[in-house]
Design a protein around this ligand. Sequence first.
Ligand code: AN7
Length: 355
Amino acid sequence: MNRYKGLIDHYRKFLSVKEETCIVSLCEGNTPLIEAKNLKKELNIKADIFLKYEGLNPTGSFKDRGMTMAITKAKEEGAKVVICASTGNTSASAAAYAARAGMECVVLIPDGKIAFGKLSQALMHNAKVVSIEGNFDDALNMVCEISQKYPIVMVNSLNPYRIEGQKSGAFEIIDALGDAPDYHFIPVGNAGNITAYWQGYNEYFDHGFAKKKPKMMGYQAAGSAPIVLGHKVNNPETLATAIRIGNPASWKFAELARDESGGLIDMVEDDEIILAYQLLSRLEGVFCEPASAASVAGLIKAVHEGKIDKNKKGNIVCVLTGHGLKDPDNAIKSSKEVIKIKGTVKELLQVINLS
Ligand code: AN7
């Protein structure tokens, strides 16, 4: 039997687990790298585009990569309770892995600002879901304070095991392409993922598994773009609620990834995000959540601004961090309406232009 048993099992030698460590896994990772030929045609560029579809992780987002490590280590250390602040996906993932490990999970969310799919996950996995009147940044401050004073383990990306697990995304991309891509486009919220990918690319490069490293291209939503603006944003806004973050925890590491790789961190407007979101669904059959589409919106913007040479061959990877089903409200708002008929064949033929 050669069953895939999750990323800790697969990349064990790059992770800080011992032989006897009891692994908490839902077989996360091993997500597909989908070639986006229609998007390439639409953008009229020579480079190939690949979508790292992280929505296919067990709880529907990339957070599972970090959570398998964070919960495995928390369990090893004897923790009984874990806590996180979340714009949604971290809470869904933490709740699922904690349930599996037999631990209690507390999640702090900004009231009314998390997508419905994510909330339903945290609730179903029996987390204690607490909503505050503040935003994600306020929630994270509370979680930091509590986890320093009480025996409760924080599983936000300030927990180093989260980053360690998430770097496996870069390993998979290199394993699939045979080398690192030329460009790596990624949404930026709390900036843990861009930090993790850059770490992963560097580690694999140092081991000789890649001959180059990509330019790291991070994208924040325009209403929540502290790194781009160079200052905290007190009231972050964007319909991409996953990245509605005004004071990213890994701010400095994101800047380091940008500067060391010769990449950039820029922002995209909500309407650019929605356009990319629709384009992916309609042109490629790939349904991601709005925040994830920020990576592709960023690619479109970079191509239009001439930051990507249209005539240069190479590989471009866009990470699609979460599944589209996470946020059915935005999906329905961004689509055409359902056509209603009474129920006769005549009407049906009319609406599909066959009469
Ligand atoms: C789909 O769940 O911060 O820059 O609390 O859910 O590593 O924060 C989610 C972030 C991108 C940004 N795409 O990643 C949370 C949370 C999706 C996300 C990001 C998030 P980071």
